[in-house]
Design a protein around this ligand. Structure first.
Ligand code: ADP
Length: 669
């Protein structure tokens, strides 16, 4: 086996390859761009080499830089992962010619499948069924329109060099053909430097079912069953499962045989995927072959008990396939969802930012997480915004679905918008549970899957209020411990008043809505006046922000993540953001004990309202800061004297910076 391999990739897939390599005792070399210097794959690998600046074109997509790193590291083989250079035949060829083993198929096989049109010609000869269509060399528009008319509408125009759904157009009638053709060609040219297109009959309710194939250099070719990837948005996969629901053994073996024939036809070696469209009547058609490990390979691993990266390494080293077709069997059901930093409400626009809080479900035989990020990492504009793949397994599909719902409920991400709630509504949709699948699923169920953004519920408001109240009472207790008079009634935050009602007002902003919640102190908790009525609440809060609450007798668990004045309340995988308005919230009681006042968040000083030596009373505004386009007033927490001011108007302050020193006037008597 190889002693050392280089992984020409980043993120989740680099970590995935490292995991198997480590188990097999193979040393790993990671490569990284400047944006990834501190990322997980760099930390996990035995060695890591910088290859260039953040943009992929100047780092991960540069064959010379990768090969230079391979030379420096002394690695024997290069694993390309998926994406980046994984299906670049020139890169594979250069690797091989320069003496490295490319952990992937032979160059000729990558080339043969690189063009969808050429691939179809080969498949036609191998008698693999094709969707009726046109994939000839002649690209004359009149000829293409005539071909479309012959195929019959609807027709799909596809870029021959395509991928990622780019350059695809559905045409419903002959009159619309010319415009659609021009559009598809433009997109293909800008995306792939190649404007050749092909035509296919557009199936209106197909499923995407693909077969995992594997071949070694000794002439053995087998398949590891199928994956159903019908749940797609903009023709891109969102959720994948194995086996495909409702698949008969007979259809499985016919599709498997077709995929094996496809692999044989191009002298394939290594891991590959043959993608088919499966029509409602059970007929299936070759779409394309992906000559690499797929993002969704874990579902196949979960149902077969095999490690496909290990298979890749063994085959690349020249070994025989680890097992025969007869030795493989399907065990249970697996589902994978791709957790993305993106906003489903805004057409799945990537969401960029820092993962301020990240907590994942526990991994076990039922739950697997393949990821390349940790809390504190950045989702940048430079790379794919996938956070993780969550894979669940159980003995049957309904069990796997239950596991999926539970695991999504335990997945907490704060800092970027994610598709977690969208995936949860997908997983709980009755039509999905009934396996009524086809590639139009998401579009068809749009209204249910993309619910309107709702204002905070009373439950969310109650939990946010309880969090603030518990946090405050804890801080007051800590301040009391540090104070010269721990028993002073001034440290209490139980709302005790000598006269009058013991209550407190909490002000929140929820999107554009200002909300005021009155909290009445009760011996065993609080009575909250919420928009929907009053609620008795109590609970405990730990250091991680985990809140165990009792809301009018019903127990509920939530996590509250605080960043500046923003509170994100996470309950069962659903997050809601509220902004807290409270002059006292700027004041950490602990700091007050020492007479310090610090910036609650990064921002700019826009006004200094007091001068050193000035005598002030509790509540006097001292400074005004601007942060996140809003003004925040820093008020005096007690009566006292300003000792010194540390910043002037216009200064930019970082979170936690001491703004001014303040001497507390001890209450007399
Ligand atoms: P890309 O390589 O750009 O991802 P594919 O050829 O793999 O494009 O197709 C992506 C998706 O587009 C398929 O999974 C399927 O949902 C849809 N699609 C492709 N061809 C057809 C077709 N002939 N009829 C209906 N849908 C299709």
């Amino acid at each position: 086996m190889f002693a050392k391999i280089l992984i020409a990739n980043r993120g989740e897939i680099a970590c995935r390859v490292i995991r198997t390599a480590r188990r097999l005792g193979i040393r790993t070399v990671a490569v990284y761009s400047d944006a990834d210097a501190g990322s997980l794959h760099v930390t996990l690998a035995d060695e890591a080499l910088r290859i260039g600046p953040a943009p992929a074109r100047e780092s991960y997509l540069c064959p010379e830089l990768i090969l230079d790193a391979a030379k420096r590291s002394g690695a024997q083989a290069i694993h390309p992962g998926y994406g980046f250079l994984s299906e670049n035949a020139d890169f594979a060829e250069t690797c091989t010619n320069a003496g490295w083993v490319f952990i992937g198929p032979p160059t000729a096989a990558i080339r043969a499948m690189g063009s969808k049109s050429a691939a179809k010609q080969i498949m036609e000869e191998a008698v693999v069924p094709l969707v009726p269509g046109y994939h000839g060399e002649d690209q004359d528009p009149d000829l293409l329109r005539a071909a479309a008319d012959r195929i019959g509408y609807p027709v799909l125009i596809k870029a021959s060099a395509g991928g990622g759904g780019k350059g695809m157009r559905v045409v419903w009638e002959t009159a619309a053909f010319d415009d659609a053709l021009a559009g598809a060609k433009r997109e293909a040219l800008s995306g792939f430097d190649d404007d050749r297109i092909l035509l296919e009959k557009y199936l209106t309710r197909p499923r995407h079912v693909e077969i995992q194939v594997f071949a070694d250099a000794h002439g053995n070719v087998i398949h590891l069953f199928e994956r159903d990837c019908s749940i797609q948005r903009r023709h891109q996969k969102v959720l994948e499962e194995a086996p495909a629901p409702g698949m008969s053994a007979e259809l499985r073996s016919r599709m498997g045989a077709a995929a094996v024939a496809a692999a044989r036809a191009i002298g394939y070696v290594g891991a590959g995927t043959v993608e088919f469209l499966l029509d409602e009547d059970g007929s299936f058609f070759f779409m394309e072959m992906n000559t690499r490990l797929q993002v969704e390979h874990p579902v196949t691993e979960m149902i077969t008990g095999q490690d496909l990266v290990e298979w890749q390494l063994r085959v690349a080293f020249g070994e025989q396939l680890p097992c025969s077709q007869e030795q493989l069997a399907i065990n249970g059901h697996a589902i994978e969802v791709r957790i993305y930093a993106e906003d489903p409400q805004r057409d799945f626009l990537p969401s960029i930012g820092t993962l301020k809080h990240l907590r994942t479900p526990l991994e076990n035989t039922h739950v697997r997480i393949d990821t390349g990020v940790r809390a504190g990492d950045e989702v940048s504009i430079h790379y794919d915004p996938m956070i993780a793949k969550l894979i669940v397994w159980d003995t049957d599909r309904s069990g796997a679905l239950r596991r999926l719902a539970a695991a999504l409920g335990d997945y907490q991400v704060v800092g970027v918008t994610t598709n977690i709630e969208f995936l949860a509504s997908l997983a709980s949709h009755p039509a999905f549970a009934a396996a009524d699948l086809d590639t139009g699923f998401i579009e068809r169920h749009r209204t249910v899957l993309f619910p309107e953004t709702r204002p905070a519920s009373d439950q969310q408001l109650a939990l946010a209020s309880l969090y603030v109240l518990l946090k405050r009472s804890r801080e007051a207790q800590q301040a009391a411990l540090l104070s010269i008079d721990p028993w002073s009634p001034w440290h209490q935050t139980n709302g005790w008043r000598m006269n009058g009602d013991n209550h407190h007002q909490l002000l929140f902003r929820d999107a554009d809505l200002d909300l005021s919640i009155t909290a009445h102190y009760r011996p065993d908790g609080y009575l909250l006046e919420l928009p929907g009525g009053s609620l008795k609440v109590r609970g405990t809060l730990d250091d991680n922000g985990d809140l165990l609450a009792d809301l009018d007798g019903s127990r509920c668990k939530a996590t509250v993540v605080r960043h500046g004045e923003d509170l994100v309340i996470v309950i069962q995988g659903r997050s809601h953001r509220l902004t807290l308005f409270d002059p006292l919230a700027h004041v950490n009681e602990q700091e007050v004990a020492g007479g310090r006042l610090t910036a609650p968040m990064p921002g700019k000083i826009v006004a200094v309202l007091v001068a050193p030596g000035e005598q002030i009373v509790k509540g006097t505004p001292l400074m005004i800061m601007e942060a996140m386009k809003m003004e925040h007033t820093i008020a005096a927490p007690r009566d006292g004297v300003v000792e010194s001011i540390h910043f002037s108007v216009g200064s930019v302050v970082s979170e936690g910076a001491e703004l001014l020193a303040f001497a507390i006037e001890e209450a007399e008597g």
